[in-house]
Ligand binder design. Sequence first.
Ligand code: SAM
Length: 252
Amino acid sequence: MYDHLLGGTDNYQVDRTACEELLRLAPSTRELARVNRAFLVRAVRYLARRHGVRRFLDHGSGLPTRPNVHEVAQEVDPSSEIVYIDNDPIVLGRGRMMLAEDPDTTAILNADMRDIDIIFESEEVGRLLRDGCPVAALFVSVLHCIPDDDDPWALVNRVAEMLPSGSYMVISHLASDDPELRKSLTQFMGEATGGHWGRVRSIAEVQRLFEHMEVMETEGPVEVSRWLPDSDLAPRQGSAEWIEYGAVARIR
Ligand SMILES: C[S@@+](CC[C@H](N)C(=O)[O-])C[C@H]1O[C@@H](n2cnc3c(N)ncnc32)[C@H](O)[C@@H]1O
C-alpha cells in the first residue's frame, strides 16, 4: 500500500483497492506517505553530513524506493554501511536485489524487529557494531505496526541501550489526537493487513518514545515535514486526518 501511495509499481490490485478505500477515509494519506519518505531522506542526509554518521540500522525498510537509505548515505561517504531489516517476504525478495547491492556495505536481514536478541546476535549487525562507531537506528513509519502488548516504547529503549554511545534514532509514527479517527483508521489498517498491525497513537504517546533522547534541531518531535524542512518539499499546510509525527534524536 505504501509503495502504491508513493507512486511505485511493486504492488498488487488488492493493495491498490485498499488504498482507494483508505484515501476515502483519510484523503491526506498520499501526501502523508510522501512527506514521511522525504523526512527519512532528510534525516539520513543530515546525520551523514552534519554528524558524520556512517552506520545505519533501518528497521522496517519497506520496498526499495529511490533514493534508498544506502544511496543517500553513500552519496556523502561511499563506505557508509547499512543493515536493512524487514519481515515481509516481498520486501525481502525485492530488497536482496536493490537494497543489498554491495555486500561489503549493505545487507538485508530477514527478522521481526521485535526479536532484538536475534537481530543483535546476527553477523550483519555484529559487523555494524564492530568498533563502537555511532549508529543511527531508523524506526520510520513502522512502530505503529507494533501492538501495545509488544510495547514499542520498551523496544525503542532496549535498542537504544544496545547501540554504541553517541548513537542516534530516527523515528516517525502515525498519530492523531482525534479518538474517533484513531479508532477507525486503526480498524481499517488492522483489516487491510490481516491483523499484522498495531495502532494509530496520540501525539503524547509518540512523544513518550523520545523520553530518553535529545531531539535534534526542533524543541521536540513534530509533524515530520516540519523537521528541518528543505527546498525539496514544503511543510504540510492545512488539516490532515492523521500525521507522521517524529524527529531525529541523540540517545542520552
Ligand atoms: C510503511 S513501511 C515503511 C518503510 C520505510 N521505513 C519508510 O518509512 O519509507 C513499513 C515496513 O515495516 C515492515 N514491518 C512491519 N512490521 C514489522 C516487523 N514486526 N518487523 C520487521 N519489519 C516490519 C513492513 O514489512 C514494511 O516494509
